[in-house]
Design a protein around this ligand. Structure first.
Ligand SMILES: NC(=O)c1ccc[n+]([C@@H]2O[C@H](COP(=O)([O-])OP(=O)(O)OC[C@H]3O[C@@H](n4cnc5c(N)ncnc54)[C@H](O)[C@@H]3O)[C@@H](O)[C@H]2O)c1
Length: 270
């Protein structure tokens, strides 16, 4: 039996990117901990599949077609939440992607597009959820950043890194300004966690795997289901005095100096 502090029974959660990867696993984890979940994604069939798995657990789940780059769609989705659930206790701001290219060649419009998706979309989600949580006097927001928003990934991900850095700072601003009114805001910084895009990249360029693993002291990639523990911790009263935190979920990546080695390190052969 799990500790009652981790229970989400009677809570309503909203998760973006709920059709696959960490958004899907976070949604399933919240439902397993007792929450009803509203599932946002542009892949509606995928979100419906997550919803049917949640319903099989005896929880309520609604899949919604919502592009988090589109502020009008976000506002409409929250109006639907008001009608269907009448409250929000937990927000998982997961969906989003970057664009790759050399900084000297990248059109500014592409950088703006990534900011629209990762920064303004996440902010609009936080604002809509925050307004409702402030009225309730309680709520927990979990933003997805990345290790790439903390240090440079150094391989053409500049707009992604800039955006994720903004997400980390947005988390600090919101947590500071809402803490005394009962709303906690934290963010999670994953290192490389297996998803369909990463699997395809490793398939086409196998050396990518060793490059990534070379930066991860645990000597492996993350698996999407490993989000469940940190997400349930941050969503629940188990983290009642935790706000404004950037939690690495990275197998030790951010703790290690770029030149760091140790016995058994993937960077040390023989
Ligand atoms: N996987 C990693 O290695 C990693 C590392 C650091 C950060 N992240 C971040 O974590 C988040 C989830 O990553 P993942 O690996 O679980 O991804 P994933 O590709 O497995 O799933 C992403 C989901 O988001 C949906 N989505 C994409 N754009 C959307 C949009 N505009 N509106 C609504 N839904 C949209 C997709 O349809 C998909 O279901 C992303 O923000 C990603 O940048 C991932």
């Amino acid at each position: 039996m799990s500790h009652p502090l981790f229970s989400l029974a009677g809570k309503v959660a909203m998760v973006s990117g709920a059709a696959s990867g960490m958004g899907r696993q976070m949604s399933l984890g919240f439902a397993e901990a007792g929450a009803d979940v509203m599932l946002l994604d542009i892949n509606v069939a995928g979100a419906e599949k997550t919803a049917s798995e949640i319903k099989a657990l005896g929880r309520r789940a609604i899949a919604v077609n919502c592009n988090v780059s589109d502020i009008a769609q976000i506002r409409k989705t929250f109006e639907l939440l008001d009608r269907e659930f009448g409250r929000i206790d937990v927000l998982g701001n997961v969906a989003g992607e970057g664009k790759v290219g050399a900084p000297e060649d990248m059109p500014v419009e592409v950088v703006q597009e990534v900011f629209q998706n990762l920064v303004f979309g996440r902010f609009a989600m936080c604002q809509e959820a925050g307004r409702r949580m402030l009225k309730q006097g309680k709520g927990s927001i979990i933003n997805f950043g990345s290790i790439g928003g903390w240090n440079s990934l150094g391989r053409g991900h500049m707009p992604y890194g800039m955006s994720m850095a903004a997400v980390i700072h947005m988390t600090k601003e919101l947590s500071t300004q809402w803490a005394a009114r009962g709303v906690r805001v934290n963010c999670i910084l994953p290192a490389q966690v297996m998803n369909a895009g990463l699997a395809a990249r490793i398939e086409s360029t196998p050396e990518v795997l060793n490059t990534f693993i070379g930066g991860i002291p645990m000597h492996r990639l993350g698996q999407p289901e490993e989000i469940k523990g940190p997400a349930i911790f941050l969503a629940s009263d188990a983290s009642s005095f935790v706000t404004g935190m950037a939690l690495p979920m990275d197998g030790g990546n951010l703790a290690m100096n770029a030149g760091g080695t140790y016995p058994g390190s993937p960077r040390v052969s023989g």
